[in-house]
Design a protein around this ligand. Structure first.
Ligand code: ASP
Length: 429
């Protein structure tokens, strides 16, 4: 365990964030018309995070992948087995993608079972289809656009998958360059990555202020909309199913994976990640949380940059267990409310399209609500049906984003252990 995150006040950051969350909530609730006095702090904070995300991903992945070369003379498991940088790259890639797919499918399964048992949509008035202007890119287009036409444009537009693709490619090619040329570049990107992490460190000191502003803004907005309480009442059973399923995935499934595959106490990892999880909860954005997720994984959990740079940036974009679970529950709920009985085959289609839809969702607030239309159309439900669940989506988003980030961090921890990094070794179970 290395350095504890420092902030201007000596209370640990996660307590500060928690206090800010509560204070922000109270402020938004008690003074909804005065929220603008604090929301600017949230806007500034989110801007600062967004400023850092694209260069952080770029430098982190390039330095992580290209750094495999340096590790060849180091003491990692890969080196002992004498594998080349390319082979290590392949092995890490395979482990990472398998982790993403398996945990997302497990999450969806929990949601599927629960929504079929509870059937929260039964007996709901089949609502008139409400207007919802939602547009989603076709999957083949999304896949095609992973290869950016212009990498600078991708950086400018925060096209995460394109940036990740370019960074992996550049890092992998650097591994194969002649020593003198490759080293200059690798050293450059490692220093640049260090710079980004230091900037992150500095920005997250302002997290409590930023979060107070963000939460006050969201709460006052919902309060002023006025229909939240009513929606919560009528959609209570649906919300309960989503929340209970998320809880089971986070604290049963992922805890079991940490204990049995990681070999350490899951609570220790939960504590190490607490600041990032609270941040994910308050911002509803995996991407905005990414800098802090990386910081917590590296500095609190002691996971190497080699592993975090593999698992976390990609994870923030494609590994969304919470979103996948929520999308599956929401689709079945909508079908139940419309009185449509989905067959087993159709439910299987929901499972696999929920996986794809969660991969396609960006790490930003309410992105899941947009990609859910992929699933709805796969089973013949109208895309506008999302109007039914839209009012409570922002609340559920906070919880599912925290689960998304938690799963990414668990992936980093488990993969680090499997690579022989020995995290939490000074503190066995
Ligand atoms: N807000 C989620 C995230 O950033 C995505 C979603 O809407 O489900 O991870």
């Amino acid at each position: 365990m290395t350095r504890i995150l420092r902030s201007p006040i000596s209370i640990p950051l996660h307590w500060q964030i928690l206090a800010a969350l509560i204070l922000g909530g109270l402020y938004g609730f008690l003074l909804p018309h005065e929220a603008h006095y604090v929301t600017w702090a949230g806007d500034l904070f989110l801007r600062a995070l967004r400023m850092i995300v694209a260069p952080l991903i770029l430098c982190s992945i390039i330095s992580g992948v290209a750094g495999l070369k340096n590790n060849l003379t180091g003491d990692s498991g890969a080196n002992q087995s004498g594998q080349s940088g390319g082979a290590t790259l392949g092995r890490l890639g395979l482990k990472t993608l398998s982790y993403y797919a398996i945990t997302s499918l497990l999450a969806i399964t929990v949601g599927l079972i629960l929504v079929n048992l509870v059937r929260p949509g039964d007996g709901m008035e089949p609502p008139a289809v409400q207007e919802a202007s939602i547009e989603v890119k076709p999957l083949n287009q999304t896949l095609l656009e992973i290869i950016p036409r212009n990498v600078f444009q991708a950086l400018m537009q925060d096209d995460m998958l394109s940036i990740i693709f370019f960074a992996f490619l550049a890092g992998a090619v650097m591994l194969r360059m002649e020593k003198e040329k490759g080293e200059v570049l690798i050293n450059f990107f490692q220093s640049a990555f260090d710079l980004m992490m230091r900037m992150t460190d500095w920005i997250v000191r302002f997290a409590p202020l930023g979060i107070l502003g963000i939460v006050a803004g969201v709460v006052s907005e919902k309060y002023l909309e006025g229909n939240l309480l009513e929606s919560v009442k009528s959609l209570g059973a649906y919300m309960a199913v989503v929340l209970i399923a998320l809880f089971i995935h986070a604290f049963v499934t992922l805890f079991a994976i940490l204990r049995f595959y990681g070999g350490f106490n899951p609570l220790k990892h939960l504590k190490a990640m607490s600041s990032a999880l609270l941040m994910a909860f308050s911002t509803s954005s995996s991407s905005a949380t990414l800098p802090l997720t990386m910081e917590c994984c590296e500095k609190q959990a002691g996971i190497s940059n080699r592993t975090t740079s593999f698992v976390l940036p990609l994870g923030a974009t494609v590994n969304m267990d919470g979103t996948a679970l929520y999308e599956c529950v929401a689709t079945l709920f909508i079908a139940q409310a419309w009185g449509i009985e989905l067959t087993v085959t159709q439910q299987l289609i929901v499972v696999f399209t929920a996986l794809l839809a969660s991969v396609g969702a960006a790490g930003i607030p309410m992105a899941g609500l947009v990609t859910i239309t992929i699933i709805l159309s796969a089973v013949g439900l109208p895309a506008e049906a999302v109007g039914l669940i839209i009012t409570v989506d922002r609340i559920l988003d906070m919880f599912r984003t925290a689960v998304n980030v938690w799963s990414d961090s668990c992936g980093a921890a488990v993969i680090a252990q499997s690579e022989g990094e020995g995290i939490y070794k000074s503190d066995p179970i």
